[in-house]
Design a protein around this ligand. Structure first.
Ligand code: ATP
Length: 822
């Protein structure tokens, strides 16, 4: 009876939502019978026009979508220069899978910011075309996913969370949330060549290839030197095109001379003097401040253009932004004043009442810096301002080129070095690829600033082909252990022979075999890894030759931890549970700090903190064995000898979390620990991710001694996820929206949009008026996200109610049968 009531309530709630959002449900169902857009309803075409301003596909996009390989669901990898329009092809393929094949899709992206951007931009599509969009970053996203059988779901995830989702899928016969997965899309496939993350991506894809669940893999990338080899690894059709929608004029500046670079028909480089940079408008002071003329190059594209300035280090972004805003004429400081003020207000709200003094001054001139010292929320506001033309010039590091989609009219590369290393061809290509805005400008240009003595290296940089991708798996043994354990835990393999076959599917073995036909690397490697894993007690006694994992090894897989971390965690939790300090959250926060946390604080700050511990902090220090001896060892040797360094580091990092939890402003915390606010925010995100691993570990382990932990961690994870610890939970639901961080949530709350429902029902124009620095596009996406989230929630409840009812009916009819029988 109860379950029927729940069902009818949920159905009522969902109908109400649907009537509010769509007008009339039956009308919506009849939409678009004319399937003329690659088999998709023509409504999709209109949506691309409305939301992405795309009216026509490029020839290559049409050619690629019509490939036999695509029609036959063969795996596909395709490579084009940056901004070639690769994402659109992937989006159309994903929509086909979600709407026509009605299967779930996993979309793996390399950076958190890219995942959030995608979720935000795909929500209107999910809402109108009726599929779910779920975000998996940090600690966000249920594991295993919520059951959603009625509509297909697009899981948008980072590489790390994608690896976890693939394991869930393999453990559930190729399904996620009760539906089959039909496609996995990987953006920036060249990451395969990166240490750690590349190896993780390689093992994730290898398991999919080996498992044979008929899942189509789509990979996209800027050009890769050995596409065919990567195609061979992924059993994929390879498609490449050298297409750029806007012309790119590349140049190099040495002293005052600017040389244009042209490629001859035979592929050789022609470098020709184009012009001299004119310093005449600079005063002698300005010449001294900006001897290389970066400011002059920026001035050339003003007032209508936009410019990305790539700097070699994080700190140089700030100093170069300062030079540029000082060199820009006063006229720039007089335009778009209202918009700039709104941006300032939004930054202030995000920054807990303060804005960095340099940004305060530079945004007046339309200039900003963008690096990991800023919080994600501040960076997002600056990106939106750049796309909206309020900020005309952003000084950033090369990570921005890979992590954010920001096109500009001009790209200036201030040095051919990234940190201390000479730039790689792929990095250079990714940076210059940002020049030119498709649909907005007809061409874009790039200027690389270099010294006379870099000439030879520059020539090689410009002439050489793109780099090959080499597997990093050989040097990442922890990732090989995890692949072995997860493939056994999910049922993909169960014997040594099967593991060898799995290993043979990796890029690492395929590349090793290239040079050696009789290669035994796979069997040797599996043998030595199994020996090591046996010595770590990862296996129960085998029954015949079947490998079986211990509960801790199984829980490690569920939590995406490697076996050593899982064992460390188990011991730590057992020790903690014997005397857990629950006077406040400090002890729990201590447990949530990842073991591999790599932030090191300066010595003088550590001393200041450790010699002034307060009562609760001292209690935990005592509990962990941190005493005066440790401090004196730290003073004398800079190292601790009587306790593990991990405990010492985790303790200090937990103090940061505790200060934030106790409502200390991020500016004060940043000063106390001498860490940038951006660094603190990324630490929070890693902690959120580790806390959700602990939750999954303890849930999967089902060990009575640890059964209080899931509830305790569930309590702190939501706040860690949103990156704001010490504030009221009223903002939590607003901050679950992809585009909403603390400042925007506060503005929404103050303006009367207190719940997701308020945002879902908002009028986009009114929302823009009520909230500073909010574009119509972002407002529209925000409203769509709120609607989609509420509908998905209502539908999940509905499904739960249905399954409860079915369960109940079954047991009632069984009872009846039994009564009859007796
Ligand atoms: N057919 C098209 N017509 C007009 N604009 C397009 C078209 N296809 C894509 N674009 C636009 O071009 C820009 C770059 O596209 P996209 O991000 O897909 O490129 P990409 O090849 O994935 O680049 P990256 O290598 O940076 O990921 C986007 O703003 C996108 O909306």
């Amino acid at each position: 009876m109860k379950s029927t009531n729940l069902t009818s309530n949920v159905i009522k709630q969902k109908r109400q939502l649907e009537t509010t959002f769509y007008g009339n449900f039956s009308k919506r169902s009849n939409m678009d019978n004319d399937n003329d857009f690659f088999g998709l309803p023509s409504k999709v075409k209109h949506m691309f026009k409305k939301h992405k301003k795309i009216t026509q596909l490029y020839d290559w996009q049409i050619e690629c979508l019509n490939l036999e390989a695509v029609k036959n669901r063969t795996n596909l990898i395709y490579a084009l220069p940056t901004s070639g329009g690769k994402t659109l092809v992937a989006e159309i393929l994903m929509l086909k899978e979600l709407l026509i094949s009605e299967r779930n899709v996993l979309f793996i992206l390399p950076y958190v910011a890219l995942v959030q951007e995608k979720v935000q931009s795909l929500c209107p599509f999910g809402l109108n075309l009726e599929f779910n969009v779920e975000e998996y970053v940090g600690g966000k996203g249920k594991h295993p996913p919520i059951q959603r059988k009625r509509k297909s779901t697009l899981y948008v995830c980072t590489l790390e969370r994608g690896a976890g989702l693939v394991d869930c899928m393999l453990a559930d016969n190729g399904q996620l949330g009760g539906r089959s997965v039909g496609m996995i899309v990987v953006d920036e496939l060249h990451l395969l060549g990166e240490q750690k993350r590349g190896a993780l991506l390689e093992t994730t894809l290898t398991k999919v290839l080996y498992s044979n669940y008929n899942i189509q893999i789509i990979g996209m990338s800027a050009t890769i030197g050995n596409m065919n080899e990567i195609g061979n690894f992924l059993n994929a059709y390879v498609y490449t095109k050298d297409f750029r929608p806007v012309q790119l004029k590349e140049s190099v500046k040495i002293n005052q001379d600017i040389f244009v670079i042209n490629k001859d028909v035979d592929g050789s480089m022609k470098i020709k003097l184009d012009r001299k940079l004119n310093f005449d408008i600079y005063t002698s002071d300005m010449k001294r401040l900006d001897p290389s003329g970066i400011g002059l190059l920026v001035r050339e594209i003003l007032p209508n253009g936009s410019c990305l300035v790539f700097c070699p280090t994080k700190s140089s972004c700030q100093s170069i932004a300062k030079i540029i805003y000082k060199s820009i004429g006063k006229e720039e400081a007089c335009v778009q004043l209202k918009e700039k003020e709104e941006l300032y207000k939004a930054l202030k709200e995000e920054g807990d009442g303060k804005v960095c003094p340099l940004l305060t001054r530079s945004i007046l001139f339309g200039v900003a810096y963008h690096n990991s010292g800023l919080t994600n929320a501040e960076r997002k506001l600056l990106e939106e301002a750049f796309l909206g033309g309020i900020i005309k010039c952003i000084c950033c590091t090369s990570t921005l080129a890979a992590g954010v989609n920001l096109p500009a009219q001009r790209v200036i590369i201030t040095s051919p070095f990234v940190g201390r290393d000479f730039m790689k061809q792929s990095t250079y290509r990714q940076m210059v690829g940002r020049a030119g805005r498709a649909g907005l400008t007809e061409s874009g240009d790039s200027v690389l600033l270099c010294q006379e003595n870099d000439k030879e290296k520059i020539k090689i940089l410009l002439e050489n082909g793109v780099e090959h991708i080499d597997s990093c798996l050989g040097t990442e043994e922890n990732i090989v252990y995890s692949m072995i354990l997860s493939s056994i835990s999910t049922g993909c393999t169960s014997s040594q022979e099967q593991l060898v076959n799995l290993m043979k599917c990796t890029l690492f073995i395929k590349q090793a075999e290239k040079y050696n036909d009789e290669c035994t690397v796979a069997s040797d490697l599996i043998e030595s890894c199994l020996d090591k894993l046996r010595s770590l007690n990862a296996f129960n006694k085998p029954v015949e030759r079947t490998l079986k994992l211990t509960p801790i090894a199984n829980a490690a897989v569920a939590a995406n931890l490697d076996i050593l971390e899982a064992q460390k965690l188990y011991t730590e939790l057992i020790e903690a549970s014997s005397a857990l300090l629950l006077i406040n959250k400090l002890h729990l926060l201590y447990l949530a700090v990842p073991y591999t946390e790599c932030i090191t604080l300066e010595r003088q700050y550590v001393l200041e903190i450790m010699t002034n511990l307060k009562g609760d902090q001292q209690a935990l220090a005592n509990r962990l064995g941190i005493n005066e001896l440790c401090i004196s060892q730290f003073i004398s040797y800079g190292k601790i000898k009587n306790i593990s360094e991990i405990i010492w580091n985790k303790f200090i990092m937990s103090l940061i979390l505790n200060d934030l939890w106790n409502k200390e402003s991020i500016w004060t915390v940043s000063k106390t620990y001498n860490l940038s606010r951006g660094t603190i925010h990324s630490f929070l995100s890693r902690t959120a991710s580790h806390a959700s691993s602990i939750l999954r570990f303890t849930e999967a382990l089902q060990d009575k001694k640890l059964d209080h932990f899931p509830m305790l961690f569930q309590n702190i994870i939501p706040k860690l996820n949103i990156g704001v610890l010490g504030y009221s939970s009223d903002l939590e639901s607003l901050m679950s929206l992809p585009s909403v961080r603390f400042g925007r949530a506060t503005q929404l709350y103050k303006a009367g949009y207190k719940t997701l429902n308020d945002v879902a029902k908002a009028n986009k124009k009114k929302l823009c008026n009520d909230i500073s620095h909010l574009s119509i596009k972002v407002a529209r996406e925000m409203i769509a996200s709120a609607k989609l989230m509420l509908l998905s929630k209502a539908e999940a409840l509905e499904e739960l109610a249905e399954s409860l009812r079915a369960d109940l009916n079954q047991s009632i009819s069984k009872d009846k049968e039994n009564i009859l029988w007796f």
